[in-house]
Design a protein around this ligand. Structure first.
Ligand code: NAP
Length: 282
C-alpha cells in the first residue's frame, strides 16, 4: 500500500505569502501603506488563536493591523459605530470582524453595516452576492483555502464527484460552490443526510467541515479518495479534525492533516482578499 500524499498548508501558504508581500510592496509604493482594521468582542480562546494567526500572516505580507477590542457584553451600537468609522477611514483598506460574535449581538445587522469595498471575509450581502454569482475575486477564506490546497497538490477537480460534509455559510456552502465553479459534481451533506456513509463512499474528493471529531472513518471512504479536513475540534487539549486521519490515510490518495493542513492557508486567503480589495480601490 503506497502512502498518501500528505497535503500540508505550509508550502502553498509560504508561496502565496511571497507573492502577496511583493504585491503589497508595489501597492504601498504607488498609493501608500495598506492597513486592515480588526474588530473583536471579548477574549475567547478560539478567537485568540485565529487572531494570532492573522497577525502573523499580515505581518509577513507587510500589512499593518489596527485592532479594536470590545468587551464581550458590548451591544450592537458601539460595534456599528466602529464599523462606520473604519468604513469612512481612507487609511484603512479592509475590515475583519472576528466571529463568532457574542450571541446577544445581531450579527447579520452588524456585518451588513460593513462597506463591501472593505469586506475582507466576504460577509456582507453584496460581497456574498458577487461571490455566489461567480463575479468576485474575494471569497470566504476557508473555502478558498480548500481549493488552493487541492490546486497546490495538483489534484484534478473537474468532473470529480465531490462530497462536502457541512453546509455552513462560512465553510461548507462556499466550498461546495467553489468546487462547482471548478466543474466538480458536488453533494452537500449535513445532519439530515440519510446515509452519510453511502454519500462518502461515492466521493472522489471529500471536504469535511462538520465540526465533529473524527466523523469520517476509513469504513466511509473508497480507495484513492482525496480528503481535505477543515475540522478544528478541541478534544482533551489537542486539536483533531473531522476525519480519522490514521484510518482514512490508509485508503486515501491524498489527505490533509489537522493541524498543519488547511489552517495555515486560511489567513493567507484573507490577505489575498485584502490585496484584491486594495488593488480595486487604487
Ligand atoms: P458549523 O457552522 O457548526 O456547521 C457545521 C455543519 O456541519 C452544519 O451544516 C451541520 O449540519 C454539519 N454537521 C454537523 N454534524 C454533522 C454530522 N454528524 N453529519 C453530517 N453533517 C454534520 O461549523 P463551521 O463554522 O462550518 O465549521 C466546521 C468546522 O470547520 C469546525 O470544526 C470549525 O472549527 C472548522 N473551521 C476551520 C477553519 C480553518 O481555517 N481550518 C475555519 C473555519 C472553521 P446542519 O446544517 O444540518 O446543522
Amino acid at each position: 500500500m503506497t502512502r498518501p500524499t500528505l497535503m500540508l498548508g505550509r508550502a502553498p501558504a509560504d508561496r502565496l505569502i511571497d507573492e502577496l508581500r511583493r504585491g503589497f510592496e508595489e501597492l504601498s509604493a504607488n498609493s501608500g501603506p495598506v492597513t486592515m482594521q480588526t474588530i473583536k468582542c471579548g477574549e475567547s480562546a478560539a478567537v485568540a488563536g485565529y487572531e494570532k494567526a492573522v497577525r502573523r500572516t499580515f505581518r509577513r505580507v507587510g500589512v499593518t493591523l489596527r485592532g479594536s477590542t470590545f468587551p464581550y457584553e458590548v451591544d450592537d451600537e458601539p460595534l456599528i459605530e466602529e464599523i462606520d468609522r473604519a468604513n469612512d477611514d481612507p487609511s484603512t483598506q479592509g475590515v475583519l470582524l472576528f466571529e463568532p460574535l457574542p450571541p446577544h449581538v445581531n450579527a447579520e445587522l452588524v456585518k451588513s453595516r460593513l462597506s463591501p469595498d472593505k469586506d475582507v471575509d466576504c460577509v456582507t450581502p453584496r460581497r456574498l452576492g458577487d461571490f455566489y454569482s461567480g463575479q468576485s475575486d474575494v471569497a470566504p477564506a476557508t473555502a478558498a483555502a480548500v481549493i488552493q490546497m487541492l490546486d497546490h497538490h495538483a489534484i484534478a477537480i473537474e468532473g470529480k464527484r465531490a462530497v462536502v460534509v457541512g453546509r455552513s455559510s462560512v465553510v461548507g456552502r462556499p466550498a461546495a460552490l467553489l468546487l462547482t465553479f471548478r466543474n466538480a459534481t458536488v453533494t452537500v451533506c449535513h445532519t439530515r443526510t440519510l446515509a452519510l456513509d453511502e454519500e462518502l463512499r461515492r466521493a472522489e474528493i471529500i471536504v469535511a467541515a462538520a465540526g465533529v471529531p473524527e466523523l469520517v472513518t476509513s469504513d466511509h471512504v473508497s480507495e484513492g479518495v482525496v480528503v481535505v479536513d477543515v475540522g478544528t475540534n478541541y478534544v482533551e487539549g489537542r486539536v483533531v479534525g473531522d476525519v480519522h486521519f490514521e484510518g482514512v490515510s490508509k485508503k486515501a490518495k491524498a489527505i490533509t492533516p489537522v493541524p498543519r493542513g488547511v489552517g495555515p492557508l486560511t489567513t493567507v486567503m484573507l490577505a489575498r482578499n485584502l490585496f484584491n480589495l486594495a488593488s480595486a480601490g487604487e
